[in-house]
Design a protein around this ligand. Structure first.
Ligand SMILES: Nc1ncnc2c1ncn2[C@@H]1O[C@H](COP(=O)(O)OP(=O)(O)OP(=O)(O)O)[C@@H](O)[C@H]1O
Ligand SMILES: [Mg+2]
Length: 265
């Protein structure tokens, strides 16, 4: 089985950039990788350097697929019974798009409902799919989550090898990390480790390290502030379309190698 990680953290800390870079590094090591975009703002395809016209349609928007699998179309579930365990095993291959490095990208999309426990066909499909990806498939898996852990049920949480908490220098990021760690423990996630991103000075790095220690979150690695990422974002392109080597990308590929130590023997 490959390693299964989910990436979380405060808005804008670098979750998508890091998820994409880890996926690409693993693919370059010859692993079979599936990257899952579970953020409502779908951006992972850009980081993976997949052009706009090739990006997969979010599964939450595929009404016909949802109806075919659950028996009920989105928006029509009121008073109707739908399958809670729809067939999903063919979805990763059928609905993913492969990038130039061989990373397959699956885009989940957003479910328009009031609560995370929403009882609707779209949610039944996506939750069953995430459980399947985490618990059944052999691929290396990277899930780009939004700041909360709404997409994860108890089953898939227990199957994750590690939740990567991305932090940047600053108090708000630390507070979010603390909150997410508590949620992760409630969900039964086995291991939570932090990546310090956008680090600019040894001094703030030291301070952040000690704050993470106080919170009991081990630091897996540090990624320096990298001009390449800023330049790529201003131009709306992937950093990988500009360069394959930079201080930030190199640090992330070292982190991807470190993650391999979690490989079950
Ligand atoms: N190490 C870094 N150095 C410089 N800029 C970075 C670094 N990592 C990420 N960025 C920049 O920070 C911004 C946010 O990155 P990204 O979109 O990956 O964050 P996110 O946590 O996924 O955001 P969101 O919460 O909106 O999904 C982007 O402009 C990105 O280029
Ligand atoms: Mg993002």
């Amino acid at each position: 089985m490959g390693i299964k990680v989910a990436v979380s953290g405060k808005g804008g800390v670098g979750k998508t950039t890091i998820a994409g870079a880890i996926a690409i590094s693993w693919a370059k090591q010859g692993k079979r990788v599936l990257a899952v975009d579970a953020d409502p703002v779908n951006h992972l395809g850009i980081i993976l350097n997949i052009s706009k016209d090739r990006q997969p349609t979010p599964l939450s928007k595929m009404s016909e697929l949802i109806e075919e699998r659950t028996g009920v179309a989105p928006g029509e579930s009121f008073g109707k019974l739908f399958r809670l365990n729809p067939r999903v095993d063919d979805i990763p291959d059928k609905y993913s798009v492969v990038n130039e490095d061989g990373v397959r990208l699956l885009v989940l999309g957003t479910i328009e409902c009031a609560s995370s426990g929403c009882f609707c066909p779209e949610n039944a499909l996506l939750r069953t799919l995430i459980d399947h990806l985490v618990l059944e498939i052999d691929d290396y898996l990277v899930i780009d989550l939004e700041a909360g852990l709404e997409h994860l049920g108890r089953g898939s949480s227990k199957g994750l090898d590690i939740l990567l908490l991305i932090v940047e220098p600053g108090q708000r990021s630390i507070e979010t990390a603390d909150r997410i760690k508590t949620l992760a423990m409630e969900l039964g996630i086995k291991r939570v480790e932090a990546i310090l991103n956008k680090s600019r000075s040894p001094n703030s790095e030291r301070l952040m390290k000690s704050r993470m220690e106080e919170l009991g979150i081990p630091l897996l690695g540090t990624v320096p502030y990298d001009q390449l990422f800023e330049e790529a974002d201003i131009n709306g392109v992937s950093p990988f379309s500009i360069s394959r080597s930079s201080p930030g990308l190199n640090a992330l590929s070292e982190i991807a190698v470190k993650l391999n130590r979690y490989q079950p023997s």
